[in-house]
Design a protein around this ligand. Structure first.
Ligand code: CUA
Length: 337
């Protein structure tokens, strides 16, 4: 008896933990608190399906309970009437689910096409996102801007995103702004997002894509139109050229920053493998939006990136960059606002 009690409380604990882990006060990646019209459209679809499912569950389980009780075995009860099939019932329970599925399917199809079609109207911002193991290349075709992991958008404006991948399948997901859309190599997919209010909306790769899948995060930074315009203007300026001693480090054959990274309009730095660094210092995060962009974190990263993020293409520079080299590189990179 005692042992049983221990067993049942042992089973209860994980269940309670599981339940409580679902409770959070305004979590940043909550698809149930939509923050824009696209997310609201998808949320409405979810709620419709949810309540239909609740209705079916209560009806079916309720009938089971009623039938179990009403037709339970009693002493001396006679053998019940033996029934073999009922045309009326069978037609009924074929048509009813078909109607319910139709009620779900029609708005679902309409929404699927609506969220990936280019919105009507002239006031649409075009953004192109390219998935890489394990970070996001972001550019703005109409504006000539390239950045990484942080998608700036003006609040209240429809944003049309074109998604591509250079390696494996990734999935772009900003839970509060829209549902997921895959990025597939060799093809192009599209997705609309829109934020009601300025704010930072966290995103996450949602398709398992390798060792650092969980470290492939990003942010959507929604701004007022004025702030966004100011950001655009800043992004369009060329990179501040590196001081001579920094350029010398970047060009060393055992470092070779330009093999992977671009600094716009700096000669010899036009690599396409890693993130564009032209305005690196202006970003709040780096490394797939995993790390706060500050000198301490950047020092660890430049020293030994694979130790911070498994599977990253950025090589380890242990034994190659001296403390003075690191100081100079960090000061320059953080100055690129
Ligand atoms: Cu990219 Cu998971």
């Amino acid at each position: 008896m005692k042992r049983n009690r221990w067993l049942s409380s042992g089973a209860l604990l994980p269940i309670l933990l599981f339940l409580f882990s679902a409770c959070a006060n305004s979590p940043p990646q909550d698809s149930l608190s939509p923050a824009g019209p696209i997310a609201r459209k998808e949320d409405a679809l979810f709620r419709l399906t949810f309540w239909i499912a609740v209705f079916v569950f209560v009806l079916v389980e309720g009938l089971i309970i009623v039938i179990l009780y009403r037709f339970r075995h009693r002493p001396n009860s006679p053998v019940p009437v033996q029934v073999h099939g009922s045309k009326r019932l069978e037609i009924g329970w074929t048509i009813a689910p078909a109607v319910l599925l139709g009620v779900i399917a029609i708005p679902t199809l309409v929404t699927i096409f609506a969220v990936s079609a280019r919105p009507a109207g002239a006031n649409v911002l075009d953004v192109r996102v390219e998935g890489h193991q394990f970070w996001w290349h972001v550019d703005y075709p109409g504006l000539g801007i390239t950045t990484a992991n942080e998608v700036h958008i003006p609040a209240g404006v429809p944003v049309f995103i074109t998604l591509e991948s250079v390696d494996v399948i990734h999935s772009f997901w900003v839970p509060r702004l829209a549902g997921t859309q895959d990025l597939r190599p060799g093809t192009t997919t599209t997705l609309n997002i829109q934020a009601d209010q300025p704010g930072v909306y966290l995103g996450q790769c949602k398709e398992y894509c390798g060792l650092s899948h969980a470290n492939m995060r990003f942010r959507v930074v929604a701004q007022t139109q004025a702030d966004f315009d100011a950001w655009v203007a800043r992004q369009r300026t060329p990179a501040a050229p590196p001081p001579q001693e920094v350029l010398a480090i970047m060009q060393r054959s055992d470092i070779s920053c330009g093999g992977c990274h671009t600094l716009k309009r700096v000669e010899g730095l036009a690599g396409q493998v890693g993130p564009d660094l032209t305005h690196f210092g202006g970003r709040a995060t780096f490394g797939g939006a995993m790390f706060k962009n500050d000198p301490e974190k950047l020092r660890i990263w430049l020293h030994d990136a694979p130790a911070m993020k498994p599977g990253v293409d950025m090589p380890s520079f242990v034994g190659k960059l001296s403390d003075q080299d690191l100081d100079a590189l960090i000061a320059y990179l953080e100055s690129l606002k």
